[in-house]
Ligand binder design. Structure first.
Ligand SMILES: [Zn+2]
Length: 337
């Protein structure tokens, strides 16, 4: 069975021979970069380098999906925000904006898909599809509407407004939905097999479970309805309190952080969505040993996740040997290899 077929079965809850093992979020690491001589920030900007670095996840590590881009700043940049690239070869760009005062100040132009790095990302998706698309699923990463609002308005202002002016938060969150949907649908047209919606600022650890339900989930649901293909919803942090809300968005797959109780998530999602996760990205994959990776991977498998994956984006400092250990453990299970 090809990894692509296995992925489609797992996402469709149709019992593949074993769970796929992949990372739905960013996969680039320094070790992969050094092997192919492709680094950030060029790989954030140039389509061919972006595609080559994404492909390294499969070529070098055996992760059973490839995906672009590597950051969550593409949409905000296309809407006019400044992007800070960082000065290290492994820096993930961020949006340092002090915030646009009112939603009226933001115009989503008709040619949004021609803005900023969007054309480069779409070309990278096309290249990955041409070169790997028969064997490996290609994932397109988009930002969640609440997280885009945090970029546009500034997260501190959003946190204050949640209490003082909730309608303003909703107005900012509503701005990006159609633009993100158009971008996700363009990725599907260029060959992506699924769209990953990364909603890192909607984390319960940052806004609380009640606020996820009020300010993020309804917009995630609206976005998912507009995307014409499979979706994976990723929210950072402990998802125990929001797992039902995440499932109710209608996403095909739910990507859970390592702090989320995987067993409970699997039970909650039964028959409704595939659960992806939830190997610890920091303590285990970045700073742990292969032995610890094997234990945490076996724990996730035992919990019954449909797709084994890191609980969040990979740190660029993750050692290849740890990621390879996760892949091997899923392929061989309890058996020694
Ligand atoms: Zn995350």
């Amino acid at each position: 069975m090809t990894p692509k077929k296995r992925f489609q079965k797992a996402m469709g809850l149709r019992n593949p021979d074993r769970p796929p093992v992949l990372c739905p979020n960013q996969t680039a690491t320094l070790e992969q970069m050094e092997k192919i001589g492709v680094y950030f920030p060029e790989a954030h900007k140039e389509a061919d380098k972006m595609a080559r670095l994404a492909a390294a996840a499969w070529e070098q590590l055996g992760l059973e999906a490839v995906g672009v881009p590597f950051c969550q700043s593409v949409e905000a940049e296309a809407l006019g925000c400044e992007v800070a690239w960082g000065d290290k070869k492994t820096d993930i760009p961020h949006v340092p904006s002090q915030g646009i005062a009112t939603p009226d100040g933001i115009v989503v132009s008709e040619n949004f898909l021609e803005k900023g790095r969007i054309p480069a990302v779409l070309r990278a998706v096309e290249t990955l599809k041409e070169e790997y698309g028969d064997v490996i699923p290609v994932l397109g990463h988009v930002i969640g509407p609440f997280s885009l609002a945090a970029h546009l308005a500034n997260m501190r202002k959003i946190l204050v407004s949640i209490h003082k002016n909730p309608e303003l938060v909703r107005e900012f969150t509503r701005i990006g939905i159609d633009a993100i949907a158009d971008y996700g649908n363009a990725m599907l047209e260029h060959g992506a097999d699924a769209i990953v919606i990364e909603n890192m600022f909607a984390s319960v650890d940052m806004i609380g479970g009640e606020s996820y339900a009020k300010f993020a989930a309804p917009f995630d649901e609206e976005l998912i309805k507009k995307i014409k293909g499979d979706t994976i919803l990723h929210v950072c942090g402990n998802g125990d309190k929001i797992i039902e809300d995440m499932i109710a968005t209608g996403a095909t797959g739910i990507s859970i952080d390592s702090r989320t109780n995987a067993e409970k998530a699997v039970i909650a999602a039964k028959g409704k969505a595939a659960i992806l996760g939830n190997v610890d990205t920091v303590k285990v994959l970045t700073f742990g040993t292969p032995k610890g990776v094997r234990e945490d991977t076996l724990r996730a498998l035992k919990a019954g996740v449909d797709i084994v994956a890191p609980g969040c984006a990979l740190s660029p400092l993750t050692p290849s040997e740890n990621i390879i250990e996760m892949v091997k453990t899923v392929k061989h299970g309890e058996q020694k290899y």
